[in-house]
Design a protein around this ligand. Structure first.
Ligand code: G4P
Length: 525
C-alpha cells in the first residue's frame, strides 16, 4: 500500500451528536483520554474542552457561556488517526451543526438513557439520513435510573428511522447497575464507578455458571432472557448495512464513569468508515486520489476584532495537503498558498506541513473564503456541500445608522458567507429578511455587525412560518403563483425563488391551489 493510501485509510473522521446535556462533552473527553490526548479525566470541567477550544474566538460566547463555534479534536489511537468534529451544544446553533455533518464520514449519537430520543437528536439525524451517514448509538448515563433498554431501542428505530442492533447490553441500571455484556466480543464488563480509571473486562460465556458468580442469579437469568430476545428480534450485526447507514449498532455505558467507552471506541475504529468518496458537481472524488481537493465547511470569525481575520476550516476530500504549495480557489479562480495552516490535536492548534484526506486544516483568512468554497490542485471542481434548510425564525433587518449603509451591507454579506444565517430579499419591496434557527443568532449578528463592521442594525418583526424553495415544470402556473404571491416571494443568496409562507395553513392552501408547483424545505432537490 502506498503511504498516501495507508495514511488516508487509517483516518476516522466523525462527529458526536446529541441533545444538549446527554453527555457529548463528557464522552468526547473520555475518548481523548483513551487516545492519550489528555491525561486526567474529570480534572477538567465537562464542558471545558468545548470552551478552551473555542471561547476566545468570539466575545459574545464568553458573555453567554455558550459554545458558538465548532472545533476539531484529533488524536491517535491503536494506529488510527481519529478526528472528532465537535458540534455546538446549544440548540440555537443547529445550522452550524448541520454543516459540520457534511465533513464527517460517520457519527456517534449519544442518548440519555432516562430521556430517550430528544428533539435536537431527531433533527440532526435527519441530515444523517439524507446522506446515509453510518451511525453508532451510545446510550449514556446507565448509572442512573433510566428507561427500559428495549423501549429505548424501539424509540430509536421509530424516531430516528434506522434499524438497531445492540452490541452490548446493560445488566440492570441506576443504583443496581452491574455492567454490560459485550455481545460483540462475548465479554462481561463489570461496572465499578470511576471517573478516572478504566474498568477491566472478563471473557465469560453467557451460558457459563461463572456468570452467576459475578452478577448473581437474578441478573444472570434476566440477561440470558434479554440476550435471547435480542437474538430473536434484531438482525445479525452486518457491517455493510452499518456502512450504508441502514443499521446502527448500539452500546450502553456511562461516559462520566468511563464505563463502556473503550468498547465503543474499539468497535468504532474497526467498523467506522475511512474517508469516503465525495460528490462534486463535475464528478465523484475518491479520497485516495493523488491530487489534493477540499472544501470549506466552517468559518470561524474574528479572533481579533481589529483585523478581519478568520479561520476557514477545510475538510480534505482527497490526496495530501501541503503547506506553502499553491492551490486553486475555484470560486475566485485564483491560486493561493498557505503558510500557516493549522491542524487540531486534542485541545491544541498547531501549524502543520501536511495533512491527508479525512483531516481538517484551518486556514487563516481575511475574507477570501465562503462556506462551501472548493480548493483543488488546479482542477475546476465544485463540491456540493449541504443544502440550506428552511430557517425557523425570520426578521427584517434595517439600518439604524444612515451613515453606515455600506458597512452594514458588507457586514451582512460577509456574515452570510460565513453561514451565520440566511438572507432573503423580498422580491416586491427589496427589504432584507434574515432567517435563523434560533433567537440567539439575531443577537450574535447584531453584536458582530456593531463590533466588527461598526454598523448598527435594527430588527423588525415579521411573522413567517417557513421558507420554501419552489419549482415547477408548468411555467405558466409558476408565473401565476409568483404574481399572486408577489409580496411573499423572495430571492435566496443564489437568486433562487423562495416562497415565504406565513403559516402552515397558508402553505397548505398554496399547495392545494397550485398542484404543479413543488415546495421544498431545503435548497437542494
Ligand atoms: P453535553 O455536552 O451533551 O451537553 O453534556 P455534558 O457532557 O456536558 O454532560 C451533561 C451533564 O451530564 C453533566 O453534568 C455531566 O457530568 C453529566 N453526565 C455525563 N455523562 C454521565 C453519566 O454517564 N452519568 C451521569 N450520572 N451523568 C453524566 P452537569 O452537572 O451538568 O455538569 P458537571 O458539573 O458534572 O460538569
Amino acid at each position: 500500500m502506498s503511504q498516501l493510501t495507508d495514511e488516508i485509510q487509517r483516518r476516522r473522521t466523525f462527529a458526536i451528536i446529541s441533545h444538549p446535556d446527554a453527555g457529548k462533552t463528557t464522552l468526547t473527553e473520555k475518548l481523548l483520554l483513551y487516545g492519550g490526548a489528555i491525561h486526567v479525566a474529570g480534572a477538567v470541567k465537562s464542558n471545558k474542552i468545548r470552551k478552551t477550544a473555542t471561547s476566545d474566538w468570539m466575545e459574545i460566547e464568553k458573555q453567554r457561556g455558550i459554545s458558538v463555534a465548532t472545533s476539531v479534536m484529533g488524536f491517535e489511537y491503536r494506529g488510527y488517526k481519529i478526528n472528532i468534529l465537535d458540534t455546538p451544544g446549544h440548540q440555537d446553533f443547529a445550522e452550524d451543526t448541520f454543516r459540520t455533518l457534511t465533513a464527517v464520514d460517520s457519527v456517534i449519537i449519544v442518548i440519555d438513557a432516562a430521556k430517550g430520543v430528544e428533539t435536537q437528536t431527531r433533527k440532526l439525524m435527519q441530515v444523517c439520513r439524507m446522506r446515509n451517514t453510518p451511525v453508532i448509538v451510545f446510550v449514556n448515563k446507565m448509572d442512573r435510573e433510566g428507561r427500559d433498554p428495549f423501549d429505548i431501542m424501539d424509540e430509536v428505530e421509530a424516531e430516528l428511522g434506522i434499524k438497531v442492533r445492540p452490541l452490548s447490553w446493560p445488566i440492570s441500571m441506576g443504583q443496581t447497575f452491574k455492567g454490560v455484556y459485550n455481545i460483540y466480543r462475548n465479554t462481561l464488563d463489570l461496572y465499578t464507578p470511576n471517573k478516572q480509571v478504566v474498568t477491566e473486562s472478563f471473557q465469560v460465556d453467557v451460558n457459563s455458571d461463572e456468570l452467576i458468580n459475578h452478577i448473581g442469579e437474578r441478573d444472570t437469568a434476566k440477561l440470558r432472557e434479554d440476550l435471547e430476545i435480542i437474538e430473536g428480534v434484531y438482525p445479525e450485526f452486518d457491517v455493510k448495512r452499518y456502512l450504508s447507514g441502514e443499521l446502527a449498532p448500539v452500546f450502553f455505558g456511562s461516559a462520566l464513569n468511563t464505563f463502556g467507552v473503550r468498547e465503543l471506541l474499539d468497535c468504532f475504529v474497526e467498523i467506522a468508515p475511512y474517508p469516503q468518496p465525495i460528490e462534486a458537481v463535475e464528478r465523484t472524488v475518491n479520497p485516495l486520489e493523488e491530487n489534493f481537493t477540499g472544501f470549506v465547511f466552517k468559518i470561524h470569525a474574528n479572533m481579533d476584532p481589529n483585523h478581519r481575520s478568520c479561520i476557514a476550516f477545510v475538510k480534505i476530500c482527497s490526496g495530501k495537503f501541503e503547506r506553502n504549495v499553491y492551490y486553486k480557489h475555484v470560486g475566485q479562480d485564483k491560486m493561493m498558498r498557505f503558510s500557516a495552516p493549522t491542524a487540531f490535536m486534542a485541545q491544541k492548534k498547531e501549524t502543520v506541513d501536511e495533512a491527508y484526506a479525512g483531516d481538517i486544516v484551518g486556514l487563516p483568512d481575511t475574507g477570501n473564503f465562503k462556506i462551501g468554497d472548493t480548493l483543488t490542485a488546479g482542477e475546476m471542481l465544485h463540491f456540493k456541500g449541504l443544502p440550506s434548510f428552511s430557517p425557523e425564525m425570520f426578521k427584517y433587518i434595517e439600518n439604524a445608522d444612515p451613515m453606515k449603509q455600506k458597512q452594514l451591507d458588507k457586514g451582512i454579506r460577509q456574515l452570510m458567507d460565513e453561514g451565520v444565517a440566511q438572507l432573503f430579499v423580498n422580491q416586491a419591496n427589496g427589504r432584507k429578511i434574515i432567517g435563523t434557527v434560533g433567537q440567539l443568532q439575531f443577537e450574535v449578528i447584531q453584536y458582530r455587525l456593531e463590533h466588527e463592521y461598526q454598523a448598527l442594525c435594527r430588527w423588525e418583526n415579521i411573522h413567517l412560518y417557513k421558507a420554501c424553495w419552489i419549482e415547477s415544470d408548468d411555467e405558466q402556473q409558476l408565473d401565476n403563483f409568483k404574481k399572486r404571491k408577489a409580496q411573499y416571494m423572495a430571492f435566496d443568496k443564489e437568486g433562487r425563488d423562495v416562497f415565504l409562507a406565513e403559516s402552515n395553513y397558508m402553505l397548505q392552501m398554496a399547495q392545494q391551489d397550485f398542484e404543479h408547483i413543488r415546495f421544498h424545505f431545503t435548497s437542494e432537490f
